[in-house]
Design a protein around this ligand. Structure first.
Ligand SMILES: NC(=O)c1ccc[n+]([C@@H]2O[C@H](COP(=O)([O-])OP(=O)(O)OC[C@H]3O[C@@H](n4cnc5c(N)ncnc54)[C@H](O)[C@@H]3O)[C@@H](O)[C@H]2O)c1
Length: 408
C-alpha cells in the first residue's frame, strides 16, 4: 500500500529530476506489481516512466517468491538504494541483506521490532559506511519542524501531559493486512502509534522510559485474529505521560482518510504551554459528486500537506508534501554521500562516508538507527506489554539499553 501511495510516485519524480536512475520492484508475488503497473494516476502523473518487476509479468499470479529479493539486491551495483516496504516483521533480514551487499537503505517505519536488531543494523551500516534512513515522514511535516525549533527555544516550557491519536480506516481490514497484521506480529500501537512517539521525541528530545499497551482484538474477514484497537501509555524520562490511541477503524463513510492529531501540554514558569496539532482536518474539505474519498465517501478532509500530485512546470504532475519530502530527503542525502566520495580511494571513501553518516545521525532530522533507537525500545516494550494485557514495561538506558517487565 505505502509503495503505491507514496514511495513509487516519489521515486518516479526523483527519477525524472535525475536523482535516481533505474527502478526495480520486488514483491512476494505478481498481483501487487500488476496493481502498481495498472494504476491510472501513475500514467497521468509520470508519463513514459516505468519499473522493472520481480517476478516478471510472465510468471503465474499465484506463485510466491519469498527469496527473490536476495537475488535482486545481490545483482545491484554497490552504493545504490534499497527501499524496504515489506511487513514489519520482515524488515530486519532485508535491511541486513542490503547492507551486506553494500547498499544504502530507506526503510519504512518501524525499522525493526527488537532493539538488538536495530543495534545490529547500526553496526553493519557503520562498518560498510552506508546510510540507513528510517522513513518517519511526520518529522518532515512543517508543523513538526516548527514545533521542534520552538520547543528547543523554550517557548512552551517542558512537556508534561499529552495525547496522540492515529486511527486508520476501517477498510484496511479487507486489505492484505489480513495476512500479516496478526496479534503475534504487530498491533496498532506498533504499526502507527510509533509515528507519534517518535514525534514527541523529535520535538522534545525526551526519552521514553516506560510503556504499557492494552489491545482490543477482533477478526479479519479471513478469520485471522488481530488487535484492531490499542491504547498505549508512554512515560517519559521527566515523568511526562503520553496517551496513544490507535486502531484500524476510522469509519469508511466519514471524512478521511483517517483520524489523527497530537496535543502536548507543557509546564512553564508561572504558566503552562500548549502544542496542538490537528493532523486530520487541515482546513481543506471537499464534497465530491461521487464517492471518490478513501472509503468511498463523498465528503472528505484533504491534506495537501502529506502527499498530493499537482500540476507543475514539467510533464504530468509532481508529488508534493512532507511524505514526498521525507523520501526525497533520504534519497538525496544518499546521492550526496555517493557524489562526495566518488573518485576517492576505497579506504578514503569509506572513511568519508562514515563521517557524513555521523553528521546525519547528529543532525537528527533523518531518523537513523543511531539517532532513533528509542523507537525500537518502545516497540519492543509495547509488544511485550500488549501480549500480556498491558503489563508495564520499563526501558532501561545506560551501556546496555534494554526493556524489562516492571514487576513492582
Ligand atoms: N505511514 C507510514 O509510514 C506507513 C504507512 C503504511 C505502511 N507502512 C509500513 O510499510 C510496510 C508495508 O506496509 P503496507 O501497508 O505497504 O503493506 P502491504 O501488505 O500493502 O505490502 C507489503 C508488501 O510486501 C511484499 N512482500 C511480502 N513478503 C515479501 C518477500 N518475501 N519478498 C518481497 N516482497 C514481499 C508483498 O508482496 C506486499 O506487496 C509496513 O512495515 C508498514 O508498517 C508505513
Amino acid at each position: 500500500m505505502i509503495t503505491g501511495d507514496l514511495l513509487l510516485p516519489s521515486l518516479y519524480h526523483l527519477q525524472r529530476t535525475s536523482a535516481i536512475r533505474q527502478i526495480d520492484i520486488c514483491a512476494l508475488n505478481l498481483p501487487p506489481l500488476q496493481a502498481l503497473q495498472d494504476r491510472p494516476e501513475f500514467r497521468q502523473a509520470f508519463p513514459g516512466q516505468d519499473f522493472t518487476p520481480h517476478p516478471s509479468f510472465a510468471e503465474a499470479p499465484n506463485k510466491n517468491f519469498p527469496e527473490l529479493y536476495q537475488e535482486v539486491i545481490a545483482a545491484m551495483v554497490p552504493g545504490n538504494l534499497v527501499v524496504v516496504a515489506l511487513p514489519d516483521n520482515l524488515h530486519y533480514e532485508v535491511v541486513m541483506h542490503a547492507l551486506h551487499h553494500h547498499q544504502h537503505v530507506l526503510c519504512v517505519k518501524p525499522l525493526v521490532l527488537k532493539y538488538a536488531q536495530a543495534v545490529a543494523i547500526e553496526q553493519l551500516a557503520a562498518e560498510k559506511g552506508r546510510l540507513v534512513g528510517v522513513e518517519y515522514h511526520k518529522r518532515c511535516d512543517r508543523r513538526s519542524l516548527v514545533a521542534r525549533r520552538a520547543y528547543a527555544l523554550g517557548q512552551f516550557g517542558t512537556f508534561v501531559m499529552g495525547e496522540a491519536k492515529l486511527i486508520e480506516p476501517y477498510y484496511y481490514r479487507f486489505s492484505n493486512f489480513q495476512n500479516w497484521f496478526t496479534c503475534e506480529r504487530t498491533d496498532p500501537f506498533t504499526y502507527i502509534g510509533c509515528h507519534y512517539v517518535d514525534l514527541v521525541y523529535f520535538i522534545t528530545g525526551l526519552k521514553p522510559v516506560a510503556v504499557s499497551v492494552y489491545g482490543v482484538k477482533g477478526r479479519f474477514p479471513n478469520g485471522n485474529e488481530a488487535y484492531f484497537w490499542s491504547h498505549g501509555r508512554v512515560t517519559w524520562e521527566n515523568g511526562a505521560l503520553l496517551s496513544v490511541l490507535n486502531g484500524l477503524g476510522y469509519p469508511d463513510a466519514a471524512a478521511g482518510s483517517n483520524d489523527q492529531g497530537l496535543v502536548m501540554y507543557c509546564e512553564g514558569k508561572d504558566q503552562t504551554g500548549l502544542i496542538f496539532h490537528d493532523d486530520h482536518y487541515r482546513g481543506v474539505a471537499y464534497s465530491y459528486l461521487e464517492g471518490l474519498g478513501p472509503g468511498g465517501s463523498q465528503y472528505n478532509y484533504i491534506s495537501p500537506d502529506f502527499y498530493r500530485t499537482v500540476p507543475w512546470e514539467g510533464p504530468g504532475f509532481k508529488p508534493i508534501g512532507y511524505g514526498y519530502e521525507s523520501v526525497a530527503g533520504i534519497a538525496q542525502t544518499i546521492q550526496r554521500i555517493e557524489n562526495e566520495t566518488a573518485g576517492l580511494a576505497p579506504d578514503a571513501a569509506l572513511a568519508r562516508r562514515r563521517q557524513l553518516i555521523r553528521e546525519v545521525d547528529t543532525q537528527g532530522l533523518i531518523a537513523t538507527p543511531a539517532n532513533s533507537y528509542i523507537n525500537e525500545l518502545v516497540v519492543e516494550a509495547a509488544r511485550t506489554s500488549v501480549l500480556q494485557d498491558a503489563v508495564p514495561v520499563r526501558i532501561v538506558y545506560g551501556d546496555h539499553p534494554h526493556t524489562e517487565i516492571d514487576r513492582k
